[in-house]
Design a protein around this ligand. Structure first.
Ligand SMILES: [Zn+2]
Length: 359
C-alpha cells in the first residue's frame, strides 16, 4: 500500500483563530443552531490516554454515535461529529472543558449520519478528512437517500409523538422528568436535522494518511471494505489506541451499507495493528481483542444464513424473521439483538444478486 503522509506545518495560532472565530462568531451573532438546548453536559469525555478521550453522549442531547477528541501539543483533532449540527456545535462548546486549544481537524470514520452530520459547524480553518468514498457519498447527497438515514428521519415524528403521549400519561414525577428530557432531546434533533447541510471531507485518502501534530502521530487507515465501502480507522501507535467508528463497535454494527463477506477479511487487517484500547462508534471503550473474533464469527454466520435462505427462495422479510444467530449470545451483551434486521438482510440479498457498486 502506498503511504501518503500529510505534513502540516501551518501556524496553529492562525488556525486556532479561524475556528474559534467561526464558533464564537456564531454565538455572538445569535446564530446558535436550532436544537442545541439541553440541561447539564451532553458529553462524557472518557480519558483513555494522555489527551485522548472517547466522547460519549449522556442523553441530555441526541448525539447517537460516539466520537473521540485528541488534544495535541497545539491543537485538537475530533473523530466523528455526531448526528446533527446541534450535537456537533455542543461538542465544540464542551471540548472547552478539556482544552482551550483550537480544533484543527475532523475525521469522518464513514459517511453515516450519526458520524458526519456535524461537519457544517466547523469553520473554514478546519480540515475535514475522510475516505474518498465518504466524500463521494456526502458531496453527491447520496448519503441522504440511503435507507438507513431515510428510515431514521422518517421515524423521528412518530418517536416524538410516542414520547409526548408517554410524558402526558406518566404519573411518577421522576419518570415524567426523564421522559421529558427524552422528548426535548428528540424534538431538538428533528429541528437540527432540518438545518442540515452536508459538508464532505475536503481532504481524502484511499489507503493511508498520517497527521503529525507536535509529538502526536495519528494514522488514518482504510483496511478494506466493511461497514461501508470507505471506513477509516484512526490509529495512535504510541498510545496503542484505535478509534474504529462502526467498523468495530462494542456490539452489533448495522449491515445496511456493508460488505459482510469482505468485512471479515478487513477485520483481520485490524488485528495486525498493535493496540490495546478500542474506542468504538457505539458502546463503551474496550480492551478485549477477542471481540474482533466474535464479530467475525457473527458476520460469517449472518452471510452464510442469508445465502442459504436466498438460495431456498425465502423472501428477505421472512429471512429476517428466521435467521437465528443466538448461538453467538455468550459473546455479546445480554440485550443484544442476534437476529439480522430486515435492512441488513436486504443488503446481503443485494450483494448476493451481484450488486456491488459502492454505496
Ligand atoms: Zn455507521
Amino acid at each position: 500500500m502506498r503511504r501518503l503522509t500529510l505534513a502540516l506545518v501551518i501556524g496553529a495560532l492562525m488556525l486556532g483563530a479561524s475556528v474559534w472565530q467561526s464558533h464564537f462568531g456564531a454565538l455572538a451573532q445569535g446564530r446558535t443552531p436550532a436544537g442545541t438546548g439541553h440541561q447539564g453536559d451532553a458529553f462524557r469525555f472518557n480519558k483513555v490516554a494522555e489527551g485522548v478521550y472517547h466522547a460519549v453522549g449522556t442523553g441530555a442531547l441526541t448525539v447517537v454515535g460516539n466520537g473521540a477528541v485528541i488534544v495535541n501539543d497545539d491543537d485538537v483533532v475530533i473523530v466523528d461529529d455526531h448526528v446533527s449540527p446541534a450535537a456537533s456545535w455542543v461538542l465544540l462548546d464542551e471540548v472547552k472543558r478539556l482544552t482551550p486549544k483550537p480544533v484543527r481537524f475532523v475525521v469522518n470514520t464513514h459517511f453515516h449520519f450519526d458520524h458526519a452530520h456535524g461537519n457544517q459547524v466547523f469553520g473554514p480553518g478546519v480540515d475535514i478528512i475522510g475516505h474518498e468514498f465518504t466524500r463521494q457519498m456526502l458531496a453527491s447527497g447520496r448519503s441522504l437517500q440511503m435507507p438507513l438515514y431515510k428510515n431514521y428521519l422518517d421515524g423521528l415524528p412518530a418517536q416524538i409523538d410516542t414520547l409526548r403521549g408517554r410524558v402526558a400519561a406518566e404519573q411518577d414525577a421522576a419518570a415524567k422528568a426523564r421522559l421529558q428530557t427524552q422528548l426535548t432531546s428528540a424534538e431538538n434533533n428533528l429541528a437540527s436535522q432540518k438545518e442540515l447541510t452536508l459538508v464532505p471531507p475536503n481532504v481524502t485518502l484511499k489507503s493511508e494518511l498520517t497527521l503529525f501534530r507536535g509529538s502526536r502521530e495519528i494514522q488514518l487507515r482504510f483496511l478494506g471494505r466493511g461497514h461501508t465501502a470507505g471506513d477509516v480507522v484512526v490509529y495512535l501507535p504510541r498510545e496503542k489506541v484505535v478509534i474504529t467508528g462502526d467498523f468495530l463497535t462494542a456490539g452489533m454494527s448495522n449491515l445496511s451499507d456493508s460488505y459482510p463477506d469482505e468485512w471479515v477479511n478487513s477485520l483481520d487487517a485490524l488485528k495486525k495493528l498493535d493496540f490495546t484500547t478500542v474506542l468504538p462508534g457505539h458502546g463503551e471503550a474496550f480492551t478485549d481483542k477477542a471481540k474482533i473474533d466474535y464479530y467475525q464469527a457473527y458476520l460469517r454466520d449472518a452471510w452464510s444464513e442469508a445465502s442459504r435462505m436466498k438460495q431456498q427462495g425465502v423472501s428477505a422479510e421472512d429471512a429476517s424473521k428466521r435467521i437465528d444467530l443466538s448461538k453467538h449470545k455468550d459473546h455479546f451483551a445480554p440485550n443484544a439483538n442476534l437476529s439480522v434486521p430486515l435492512i441488513g438482510v436486504q443488503r446481503m440479498y443485494e450483494l448476493l444478486d451481484g450488486v456491488r457498486p459502492p454505496r
